[in-house]
Design a protein around this ligand. Structure first.
Ligand SMILES: Cc1ncc(COP(=O)(O)O)c(C=O)c1O
Length: 430
């Protein structure tokens, strides 16, 4: 965590002119070269988080980076370097992972509606695991593997019926969810039976569950592990089957404003403790799938201030040159962000403002009610913790062009994704 702001990377600093620096680069220099809106990723921060997880998991564990949080080929290189695998949930993500050199055995495929061709490709490539999301999909995997004369490695995604304390849209482990095979209805038991009855077609590695995202407490995970482990014990008592792998998914929260998430090492320690307590510590492989906690605070969004509008004494709107087209999270589910006057770091706060995007939606507000110094057109405003679930959900609404992406490290900045151009947009019109 950075000293400048808890949601900025460790490398964040302030230069003598009161300008924010990221990875040793002044943001004014970055903006001069690459424009705004600009997404800046701190390489050291990503590597540090990856290696913390890989080390804490040890040889009997693995990290699969959940690439829905953010995916680009430059990042795959860092995953390979750190010894992490990847969790993909579409044929495009699978193709990008493979193009980026991730070994198939380090890829795990998710999704609640995987197509036949996608399953066939995953089986033919012998990926690490297909995470089976339902009884019908299991049958499809079995017949597809038989057709290909191959044996698919699978995990069963269980729906444990656990409510994590996070936004309703971010909960995935409650019974009324489209994800997973419910434990309480008996479907999970049925799925295990069906998988074990088809040993020629599938190798059942074990059980998976994912209860949601931006989870800040350890308790839901402890409950999840207890649910998975007691399910494993029940199945063992009935069938003699022992899983070789257990995965509690991902979902560990990050600091956006003032949240205090558990450290990744303590989270992994708590998971391990549950496995030990259940007497399964010796052989069970623990695999986790973190996205946000790896990439979230490594990414920072930079915007340029435009018009300032005071609406009586109700509110002051400061408009930025980006908003819901590059970061829909505040509009989609009320996500909260901090905001920093990146070119006036030493100036005292003098006003409470709402940071608005330029798009034609009243809900296009990035941060409502944030204390700021006086802001003039041309000042840079920075949103920390913009690394996860912003760019992958970005759109071309109002003809917005997707932002450029830069990686900073030790005073150097590399453009890793260029800004979209109008030609890119027009290229789709036939
Ligand atoms: C199955 C699965 N695993 C892992 C993740 C990653 O979650 P997070 O980015 O919060 O770690 C998600 C995202 O919701 C997911 O659906």
């Amino acid at each position: 965590m950075g000293d400048v702001h808890p949601a900025l990377p460790e490398s964040a600093a302030i230069d003598g002119d009161g300008v924010l620096m990221l990875g040793g680069c002044r943001i004014t220099d970055l903006v001069e070269r690459f424009g705004t809106p600009l997404y800046v990723f701190d390489r050291a921060s990503i590597l540090e988080r990856l290696s913390t997880c890989v080390t804490a998991l040890g040889p009997n564990g693995s990290l699969h980076y959940a690439c829905k949080a953010y995916l680009a080929t430059w990042l795959l290189k860092l995953l390979r370097q750190a010894g992490a695998g990847i969790d993909v949930c579409s044929s495009s993500e699978l193709a990008i992972a493979i193009a980026g050199g991730i070994e198939p055995q380090h890829i795990r495929l998710h999704g609640n509606n995987k197509s036949g061709p996608l399953l066939a490709e995953a089986i033919a490539r012998c990926i690490g695991a297909i995470v089976v999301d339902g009884l019908a999909e299991l049958q499809e995997v079995i017949s597809c593997a038989r057709g290909l004369r191959l044996r698919a490695s699978i995990l069963l995604r269980l729906n444990p019926g656990i409510e994590a304390h996070t936004h309703r849209y971010l909960q995935t482990g409650i019974l009324d969810s489209k994800f997973g095979i419910p434990v309480t209805t008996g479907d999970a038991r049925l799925a295990v039976g069906n998988a074990l009855a088809a040993p020629d077609a599938v190798e059942l590695l074990g059980y998976h569950a994912h209860i949601g995202t931006q989870i800040l407490e350890l308790e839901p995970y402890e409950l999840l592990m207890q649910t998975l482990l007691s399910f494993a014990k029940e199945v063992y008592a009935e069938t003699g089957y022992t899983p070789s792998q257990l995965s509690p998914g991902g979902g560990v929260g990050i600091t956006y404003t003032d949240e205090t998430p558990p450290s990744l090492a303590s989270w992994i320690g708590a998971l391990r403790e549950q496995v030990e307590r259940a007497g399964m510590g010796g052989s069970l492989h623990l695999s986790v799938e973190l996205g946000r906690a790896i990439i979230g605070t490594a990414g920072t969004a930079i915007y340029t201030t435009g018009t300032v509008k005071r609406v009586g004494d109700i509110r002051t709107f400061v408009s930025l040159d980006g908003g819901m087209a590059d970061n829909i999270r505040p509009a989609l589910y009320g996500a909260r962000y901090a905001a920093i006057a990146g070119t006036k770091m030493h100036a005292p706060n003098t006003q409470t403002v709402t940071l608005a995007g330029p798009y034609c939606e009243s809900g296009d507000l990035l941060v409502a009610g944030v204390d700021m110094p006086n802001l003039d057109p041309g000042d840079l405003v920075v949103l920390p913790a913009a690394g996860a679930y912003c760019l992958p959900m970005s759109s071309n609404y109002n003809g917005a062009l997707r932002p450029a992406v830069v990686v900073v490290d030790n005073g150097s900045a590399a453009l890793v994704q260029r800004r979209q151009t109008l030609q890119d947009l027009l290229a789709l019109d036939v």
